[in-house]
Design a protein around this ligand. Structure first.
Ligand code: WT7
Length: 691
């Protein structure tokens, strides 16, 4: 148990470890912060000067122009409208040319199998991106076209994203753990013209035949009247150039050791010669030069889907200029990036964390990163620490769920590895419990490394509340203070701002460059979801407390969303998957505490007449959700509910269901229920629910 005094204690950064820190003290943070929010134009204007602009803004166009108040018309946000640039050019050409980083390693790729690795320099990355940009051109892809990318964590994923950015196409990356239905839904929603996927990959010892799932999605999309013309397939499992392990010398140079045999593959990859083409075949003939498309700062860069409380995923849209500045700046300050760093973010690029802090932020800074294909527990639970030692990782960014998982395996496994290269640790995705924070701090970082607990969202594009490593005294479990340009407030139910120590809804008062601009194809939903509840504010959907020292503590979601292992899911989405089963007449899903995942899914189902609740049926329902959404959404509990507690207006009272799931009989007021009699029955059904 963490003692209250430990949690209340301030953990001060040790500046001697960060002699060259960008922000060396709290006073420096405060000074920069004040300028960023009082004079955003000056602050971000200076940041923008570090990037290449093909054309500056016209003098009469405002640097920042916006409306955050739905009662005053349409919501919009524009940063540097009219200025022309290209994100890919800034990430690659400028680093290779002007900054002379052509021979610097951009990524060390570490495969699922230990010893399976590759590296790519900035120069090579630029050539490959140009080649693939030409491939896209040759397939008729134009500025503004949407391209779906469904790939595991391989270098081609980064190459494909940047090739889109180079020609002004909009990428929509779909996490490779999503199902065929989820992929199809995302393809249809943005009307994409081409799919990029891979043959297959291993996740730990589990084989994923990705092409087969992609084909199912394409078939479904065709059945719905939207046939795609081409599918580009990376030969990954069947790669001919078998990756070789590389010993990394102290100076960072690599020497090749003998080639390693990839896992045996008797895998059948479905193939349609009219539709499918191998990535490698297309690349071999393509030119390594490609003129970038000069885009407006407010042109679309990418769409990334996130769960919505209506059950249908929302296509969060980010634009060129503001996102680039925000991802680059937050990466630089929050990880206190230094040129000699080896940075590793364990997130999947299929989520926003991977977009901002594997692809865009690090490359904009000319950083060297590790890109890891595998999982923390394969071949054993020491994999993370061994990768840290192999590449001498200095900045390490992971999720609380991974920390809790590795805690379970004990300290010995960590201490077997040196980890002396580590300087800064980071977490993201959900509130970190103080036990996990202290373990990360003491065991992993040996009380030497500050922890940056970064609160943000797919919608915010980058960090919103976060410590800065050399400046901010930390409190375990608090995301501390706002990042540059961010003005948080806590409001009560009636939208009044609360001062000092307070708890309520977390909102933001003015736009920062990384904020999304719309939901793809649904601007109205964008306005109602984020700006309607409290006019004049961006609403996060999170609860938050501010303590007497002004520290912010996220208390979790206050809408019908839940956070499983750092990923948001909507209860409505899971309910609709359950309702898709022939035996189910009604379903209600609530969040339930889980020791590793943080939260998990607890489902109540009412069956149609003539169906009987059995273990087989419960398993089938779990499978159904898995297939409709993906493995992350697999329910932990399915409970038989002869009926669901409802109010007179027919609304299911999830508050009561949550209590039933936790066997907590302190139900509060149940007088609004039309069917209070059902409650006892639901409690009685509980005990045999763990299937
Ligand atoms: C939601 C956003 C941000 C990238 C990954 C998730 C929760 C995120 C923290 C944190 C407490 C956090 C919030 C937020 N969340 N980071 N450091 N402390 N909660 O992106 O899927 O858009 O989820 O994740 O509830 O609203 P996402």
């Amino acid at each position: 148990m963490v003692q209250p005094e430990e949690q209340a204690r301030l953990y001060r950064p040790r500046p001697e470890l960060l002699p060259a820190a960008h922000v060396p003290s709290l006073a420096d943070y405060r000074r920069l912060y004040r300028r960023s929010v009082e004079k955003p134009q000056e602050f971000w204007g200076d940041v923008a000067k570090e990037f290449y602009w093909k054309q500056q803004q016209q003098p009469w166009v405002p640097f920042l122009w916006y409306n955050f108040d739905a009662t005053k018309g349409r919501i919009f946000i524009e940063w540097m409208k009219g200025a022309k640039t290209n994100v890919c050019y800034n990430l690659l050409d400028r680093n290779v040319g002007e900054k002379k980083l052509g021979d610097k390693v951009a990524f060390y790729w570490e495969g699922n199998e230990p010893g399976d690795s590759m590296k790519i320099t900035y120069g090579e990355l630029l050539r490959k991106v140009c080649q693939f940009a030409n491939v896209l051109h040759n397939h008729g892809v134009k500025k503004g076209d949407r391209i779906s990318i469904y790939l595991p964590m391989i270098l081609e994923l980064v190459i494909a994203m940047l090739a889109c950015a180079r020609i002004g196409a909009i990428h929509s990356v779909v996490f490779a753990g999503f199902s065929a239905d989820s992929l199809c839904e995302r393809i249809l929603d943005c009307g994409c013209s081409l799919l990029i996927t891979a043959d297959a990959f291993y996740r730990g010892d589990k084989l994923v035949n990705l092409k087969q799932i992609a084909d199912e999605a394409l078939q479904k999309s065709k059945d719905k009247g939207f046939p795609l013309k081409k599918c580009i397939v990376v030969k990954h499992l069947g790669r001919e150039e078998i990756a070789a392990d590389e010993e990394i010398a102290a100076d960072g140079a690599c020497s090749q050791s003998p080639p390693l045999k990839r896992l045996c593959q008797d895998v059948q990859i479905p193939w349609d010669p009219h539709m499918d083409v191998w990535w490698q075949d297309l690349m071999s003939g393509a030119s390594t030069e490609c003129e970038p498309e000069w885009c407006d700062s407010e042109d679309e860069l990418f769409i990334l889907y996130t769960s919505g409380s209506t059950g249908k995923p929302k296509g969060v849209l980010h634009t060129v200029g503001g996102y680039m500045l925000y991802a680059a700046t937050s990466f630089k300050y929050v990880f206190d990036y230094q040129p000699e760093d080896i940075y590793w973010c364990t997130a999947d690029i299929g989520w926003i964390t991977g977009h901002s802090y594997i692809t865009y932020g690090p490359l904009a800074n000319g950083a060297t990163s590790v890109l890891f294909e595998g999982i923390p527990t394969y071949p054993d639970a020491g994999r993370m620490w061994s990768i840290i030692d192999k590449y001498k990782v200095t900045k390490f960014y992971t999720a609380p769920t991974a920390i809790r998982l590795l805690m379970k395996y004990g300290e010995e496994l960590v201490k077997k590895h040196s980890r002396k290269s580590l300087k800064v640790l980071g977490t993201v995705g959900e509130p970190i419990n103080p036990e996990a924070w202290l373990w990360y701090y003491r065991v992993v970082g040996e009380e030497r490394c500050p922890i940056v607990d970064t609160f943000w969202q797919t919608e915010t594009g980058g960090h919103m509340l976060t410590p800065l490593p050399a400046a901010t005294p930390m409190k375990p479990g608090s995301a501390t203070f706002p990042f540059f340009g961010v003005v948080p407030a806590i409001v009560n139910e009636s939208g009044e701002e609360l001062e000092g120590e307070a708890e309520g809804y977390l909102v933001f008062k003015q736009p920062w460059p990384g904020i999304m601009r719309t939901l793809y194809g649904n601007h109205q939903q964008f306005e109602t979801t984020y700006f309607k509840k409290f006019p004049g504010y961006y609403v996060t959907g999170d609860g938050c407390r501010r303590d007497k020292d002004g520290y912010y503590w996220i208390t979790g979601r206050i809408d019908d969303m839940l956070n499983v292992s750092g990923h948001l899911l909507s209860t409505a989405e899971v309910e609709s998957a359950l309702l898709g089963h022939a035996a189910v007449s009604e379903a209600a899903v609530v969040s339930h505490p889980h020791p590793l995942k943080g939260e998990c899914l607890y489902c109540f189902v009412t069956l149609k007449d003539g169906h009987e609740f059995t273990k087989d049926l419960a398993d089938e329902l779990k499978k159904q959700v898995r297939e409709k959404i993906g493995p992350i959404a697999t329910p932990d509990y399915i409970q038989n509910a002869p009926s669901l507690p409802k109010t007179r207006s027919g609304k299911i009272t999830r508050r009561i269901l949550r209590k039933i799931a936790q066997n907590d009989r302190d139900l509060g007021d149940i007088s609004t229920l039309v069917n209070p009699g059902i409650i006892n029955q639901l409690f009685n059904n509980r005990c045999d629910t763990k299937l």
